[in-house]
Design a binder for this molecule. Structure first.
Ligand code: FAD
Length: 459
């Protein structure tokens, strides 16, 4: 059994960036044009595009802990053009044109981010090697192929996502067992903490104020009440993602779901040779339980997975970042897919909450009359989406008519999650079911019909 005794409990990404930037707490009273709650990528990108468009705006970011404390500083580093909902799922709700526009803009977000990195001199190891979603079983293969056909029927091009038969998957990566894979070029890898810190430094140079250790308690008509006093603003933007349940406006709007990660030591040349991970495409599979991996520039596997328990009342606590059982499952998944790396030492393990809206649909919400805006609800696909949604919000705030202001997510209001204890039972049942469906399928080579029906009904 894997022992985590000598494993660091910080995200790997923190090793290669200044751990924290020195910003002050908020004063007892302040007045600004725009107050942003949350110094993750949503908040930082919003400040970046607002200050680019209107340099004279007085912008302040209020952060409960420190810049990049949340998911933005600890994620898997996939900068992916894909949403949690596929183009056909979006088309079913918003129509084909709106769904395709959303995907076009999301794909175009990758070159946009790359351009900003170059312009601002932010080095976060950007590498666009694409992504591989491999079928670990024949059943997954059928399902992935069917899903891809639906995407193509909804207008996604073969150049956006294509099917690779099992014999061609090794052109990208050697996986122990594959029944084919979907390959897409629309994914890059980054060190997410370096991105967050780099953006915060750019904002600091622009005189955007960042207050750390400043827990916001309420937002009301432009008045932001926090632990040390209050800030009065002409416009407030809430960007608190997985932590949003604690703020009145967003009670029960999201469920904080924990995603956990491990990182191996840098692999030796022989192991890397056996993995054949040629262009460092990101990797996941077609199971119900989400897993995700990237090969870092220094040759480590950073591997993540969901499946950690949901905590009653949508509680978020630092101790929930570590869950031995889930971390062991992730280590086992490395050995399953990449046996050559099975003996690699695990040097880091960590985790954090991401935000799941009831209908899995993110939002850009602007209530001008209440001086209130909110972006988020990205599920596990927020790295690129934070940039897209921040640009969209800025266009809305500045009353610009652009293709972004036609996006289907604007003012989308997801239904509230069920009250407890239903929420606790429902979410943990979903987690347990996805794991049990995967293990039944791989041992019995058929779909457990009843479990799948319950799973789909709960979603
Ligand atoms: C382990 C993990 C792996 C992931 N992997 C990927 C991936 O590979 N690719 C991908 O696209 N997405 C991934 N995600 C999701 C992605 O990281 C998030 O969607 C994205 O970072 C959200 O950014 P954000 O700025 O909206 O939220 P966050 O980065 O969570 O920032 C919110 C900030 O608000 C602050 N805050 C909260 N409440 C208050 C308050 N009351 N007062 C003041 N401040 C407050 C928090 O401290 C936090 O810093 C992952 C998430 C996790 C947890």
């Amino acid at each position: 059994m894997t022992s985590f005794e000598s494993t660091s409990t910080y995200p790997l990404w923190h090793d290669s960036a200044a751990r924290q930037l020195a910003f002050e707490n908020a004063p007892a009273h302040a007045e600004v044009d725009v107050a942003i709650v949350g110094a993750g990528l949503s908040g930082l990108w919003s400040a970046y595009y607002l200050s680019s468009a209107e340099p004279s705006l007085r912008i302040a970011i209020l952060e409960a802990r420190h810049v990049g404390f949340g998911a933005s500083g600890r994620n898997g580093g996939w900068c992916s053009g894909f949403f949690p909902l596929s183009v056909s799922e979006l088309a079913a709700v918003y129509g084909r044109d709106a769904a395709l526009l959303a995907y076009e803009e999301s794909f175009a977000t990758l070159p946009e981010i790359e351009q900003v990195l170059r312009r601002e001199g932010i080095d976060c190891g950007w590498h666009q090697g694409g992504t591989i979603q491999s079928a670990s079983t024949a059943l997954q293969g059928e399902r992935l192929q069917r899903a891809l056909e639906q995407q193509h029927a909804s207008g996604l091009g073969v150049g956006d996502a294509e099917w690779l038969p099992s014999g061609r998957v090794s052109e990208h990566i050697s996986i122990a067992e594959t029944h084919g894979a979907i390959y897409s070029r629309h994914c890059a890898t980054i060190n997410p903490y370096q991105l967050v810190i780099g953006l915060a430094q750019v904002l600091h140079q622009r005189d955007v104020t960042i207050w750390q250790n400043t827990v916001v308690q309420s937002i009301d008509n432009g008045v932001v009440t926090h632990r040390h006093g209050r800030v009065v603003a002409k416009q407030v933007i809430q960007a608190t993602e997985g932590y949003s349940h604690s703020i009145t406006q967003t009670k029960r709007r999201i469920v904080p779901l924990y995603s956990l990660m491990v990182a191996t030591e840098p692999l030796d040349a022989q192991t890397l040779g056996a993995l054949g991970w040629r262009n460092r495409a990101t990797f996941n599979d077609g199971g119900q339980m989400v897993i995700y991996a990237q090969l870092t520039p220094d040759g480590r596997i950073a591997f993540g997975g969901r499946g950690a328990p949901y905590h009653y009342g949508s509680r978020v606590r630092e101790r929930f970042d570590l869950d031995d059982q889930t971390h062991r499952r992730i280590v086992a998944a490395i050995a399953q897919h990449f046996p050559a790396a099975a003996q690699a030492r695990i040097t880091h393990r960590w985790g954090g909450p991401l935000a799941v809206p009831r209908d899995w649909t993110p939002t850009v919400m602007l209530e001008r009359a209440h001086k209130y805006a909110r972006i988020g609800g990205y599920v596990g696909d927020g790295v690129a989406a934070t940039n897209l949604f921040a640009r969209t919000l800025v266009d809305l705030l500045l009353e610009r008519q652009t293709s972004l202001t036609q996006l289907p997510f604007i003012n989308h209001c997801s239904p509230r999650w069920e009250p407890e204890p239903l929420r606790f039972l429902g979410v943990n049942s979903l987690i347990a079911l996805s794991e049990s469906i995967d293990s039944y399928e791989s041992s019995h080579h058929k779909v457990p019909k009843l479990r799948t029906k319950i799973f789909e009904a709960l979603l």
